[in-house]
Design a protein around this ligand. Structure first.
Ligand code: SAM
Length: 279
């Protein structure tokens, strides 16, 4: 029996169902249910919410989300080997856990969820950034989710919350903070995972803003930011020259010196630039 429910400890579950971690699936499992409960609590009160979990694996975080009172958990897991372990959890919490054996990158999850929705996940590192960008750039805003509580490599987490002028500031910082408030809420050392990854991890809590901070067309902003940080050491008049024939005057219209470098331009500045380019 474990500390948070009467299900067996995760090490036993993994041994019984033969779920040896696979590197190709980004499998670094959390076996300490006190730790997964702490992560679940970072998402706030779950009782009135549907929770989307990507990659439940053997179910350590899933169990914590259910024990913390989530109204319903939708768990999307690509690895078929985890399904038997997850159905034991579903049986323990009747009607509250639905598992989809699918690739999260190929699924439109919104159709399976009832608002309000919180996303909580210890993401596979190889698809974490791609999923975050998708969740931040849907066709319509506000998105299907209210908050995202996600584990990333610490270095990625730092990029998400970085401010202008810092080394970590870039595309992820701007796309996230333009439409959401983000902060690092926990650091998690390598030894907390089985097997331990090479780097420290961190949990980021992202809360969707009702509206973006400054007006801009999302596709134009994404294009400008990608070009600017694609060559972050260059002056903007050079890194952005393929975006418009008269890029220096577009930069000046936006109030940005053409000799400025991307890492010193605020989100407000990039939005002004996207608006000037769209004209
Ligand atoms: N949540 C578990 C935990 O904290 O112990 C497992 C986390 S592990 C870092 C990532 C999980 O994502 C694995 O169970 C892996 O099989 C799953 N996964 C990897 N790629 C996936 C994909 N494209 N779609 C859905 N699940 C995926």
């Amino acid at each position: 029996m474990s500390a948070i429910d009467s299900l067996p400890p995760l090490s036993q579950v993994i041994a019984r169902h033969q779920i040896a971690a696979k590197k190709s699936l980004g499998q670094n499992f959390l076996l300490d249910l006190n730790l997964t409960s702490r992560i679940a609590r970072q998402a706030g009160d779950l009782r009135a919410c549907d929770v989307l979990e990507i990659g439940p694996g053997p179910g350590g975080l899933t169990r914590a989300l259910l024990a913390e009172g989530a109204r319903r958990v939708l768990a999307v897991e690509k690895d078929q080997r985890c399904l038997a372990a997850l159905s034991e959890i579903a049986a323990h919490y009747p009607g509250r856990l639905e598992v989809l054996n699918q690739d999260a990158l190929k699924l439109d999850v919104a159709a399976y969820l009832t608002p309000p929705v919180k996303v909580v996940a210890n993401l596979p590192y190889n698809i974490g950034t791609e999923l975050l960008i998708r969740w931040l750039t849907p066709a319509d805003w506000p998105p299907f989710w209210d908050s995202l509580t996600l584990m990333f490599q610490k270095e990625v987490a730092e990029r998400i919350v970085a401010i202008p002028g810092s080394k970590a500031y870039g595309r992820l910082s701007i796309l996230t903070q333009w439409r959401a408030k983000a902060r690092i809420v926990m650091e998690v050392p390598p030894q907390a995972f089985t097997p331990p990854p090479k780097v420290t991890s961190a949990v980021v809590h992202v809360v969707a803003r009702e509206r973006m901070l400054f007006d801009a067309d999302e596709a134009t902003l994404t294009r400008v930011v990608a070009a600017a940080f694609g060559q972050r050491r260059k002056m903007l008049r050079s890194s952005l020259k393929t975006l418009a024939p008269d890029i220096e005057s577009v930069l000046m219209t936006a109030g940005i010196p053409p000799t400025e470098r991307a890492e010193n331009v605020s989100i407000e500045g990039f939005c002004a630039l996207a608006r000037a380019l769209a004209k």
